[in-house]
Design a protein around this ligand. Structure first.
Ligand code: SF4
Length: 394
């Protein structure tokens, strides 16, 4: 089924095609009628959705006002992350950095520490960089001009449209995974929602449907509907404000939509990491700020080679990364963790420092720390999964 809404260009093309075909009266609605129906339907959708949102929206800390800074922080945190996970992070972040100047002045370690466990750390690094640009180039005022805002680090189409619509009432449709799912069902769109090639199609549909009077509320309402009612596994259609307009509901296709392309199996990687003890201190290293988990601290380690034991890999990696010799590798635990494109199984060992001065190859910094100091440093989630075993040890 074609989407209800077409751009004026597509509309003209379809009109021409229709004019070329011979139509029997009443067989097909004429284009004026179709456009009228589409607009009526769009109006109905906007009205029902906004009324529902007004009544049922969740009370979330970033909805207390529409100041651009908290809106921006929340939207960055919410990318690929659930609302319930974000709430405590957002509150801690806003307490530590209540305005953009505070964030700009902060140390990158402090920013990463507040982001610890939230994942996708490039978001935090980019937000931090962007805050410094806003302060140095825009006197601390977040630019509301599309091109200027879009140029800031980490600001893509979704973030720009979400922030500018919510904070500045600009008519820009924000399309995230929730919105795509709602659109796919509402308009019976069968373009796979998880491939970038279909992003433009969903953006176009969202642009056509957007309320120009209340763009911020409309965008949030679409996302809220996707999160609360039009959920992935079991959409609550009888409770949905759009059930009368929903094509998938009418066609009993809500379970078939949205279409998703089968994902490739993600590779798995065997890692060994070592807690190297020297007296009451242990060695931690800091990852290069560029790349995966950039700027975070971790216990040294790396990939286990084919045919190598995990304990041997642990000692070899410690030596290769830090130049120090360790021994007495005793197994502590195995943890599993999934990233977006791969998963790891990490064998963690406790070992004893033997000799050598730290000479880094890969990491950009190191510290010998006591267990009491560990919570001061931002670590990746995989390390946090066994951190309690160190902190609880005597
Ligand atoms: S009627 Fe059902 S499938 Fe359609 S938008 Fe509402 S919840 Fe989603």
């Amino acid at each position: 089924m074609a989407p209800y809404f077409t751009s004026s260009e597509n509309h003209r093309k379809s009109q021409t095609r229709m004019n070329q075909k011979k139509q029997t009266p009443g067989q097909k609605k004429n284009s004026f009628e179709q456009a009228f129906l589409a607009q009526t339907t769009a109006k109905g959708i906007r009205k029902h959705l906004l009324t529902w949102y007004d009544k049922f929206q969740r009370d979330l800390p970033w909805r207390k006002n529409t100041e651009p800074y908290p809106v921006w922080v929340s939207e960055v945190m919410l990318q690929q992350t659930r609302v319930n996970t974000v709430v405590p992070y957002f509150e801690r972040f806003m307490t530590a950095f209540p305005c953009i100047e505070h964030l700009a002045c902060a140390d990158s370690q402090q920013v990463l520490k507040l982001w610890e466990g939230l994942g996708y750390y490039a978001r935090a690094r980019n937000l931090h960089k962007a805050s410094r640009i806003v302060v140095s180039e825009y006197e601390g005022v977040i630019p509301h001009e599309y091109q200027a805002f879009r140029k800031l680090p980490g600001v893509g189409e979704y973030i720009s449209n979400a922030v500018l619509s919510i904070a500045f009432d600009q008519a820009l449709a924000a399309v995230d995974a929730n919105v795509k799912r709602v659109l796919a069902r509402l308009l019976c769109m069968d373009e796979p929602v998880n491939i970038s090639a279909s992003q433009a199609v969903y953006q176009k549909a969202a642009d056509a449907l957007l309320s120009h009077r209340f763009p911020g509320a409309f965008n949030q309402a679409m996302m809220e509907l996707g999160a609360l009612v039009c959920t992935p596994a079991s959409p609550a259609c009888p409770d949905c404000p759009l059930s009368c307009q929903c094509r998938a509901f009418a066609a009993d296709k809500t379970r078939q939509l949205p279409v998703r392309m089968a994902k490739k199996q993600i590779p798995s990687c065997h890692i060994a990491a070592g807690i190297v003890q020297k007296g009451n201190r242990m060695l931690i290293t800091r990852r290069n700020p560029k790349g995966l988990l950039g700027g975070l601290w971790e216990f040294p380690g790396g990939k286990v080679k084919k045919g190598e034991s995990a304990s041997a890999a642990c000692l070899r990696e410690i030596f290769e990364e830090t130049g120090i010799r360790a021994e007495n590798c005793s197994f502590l635990t195995r943890i599993c963790h999934a990233y977006t494109h791969f998963r790891i199984e990490m064998d963690v060992f406790v070992c004893r420092y033997v000799s050598g001065r730290v000479c880094l190859n890969g990491p950009i910094d190191y510290q010998w720390v006591t267990k009491e100091q560990l919570p001061e440093f931002p670590f990746p989630k995989a390390n946090l999964k066994f951190m309690h075993m160190i902190l609880d040890s005597k």
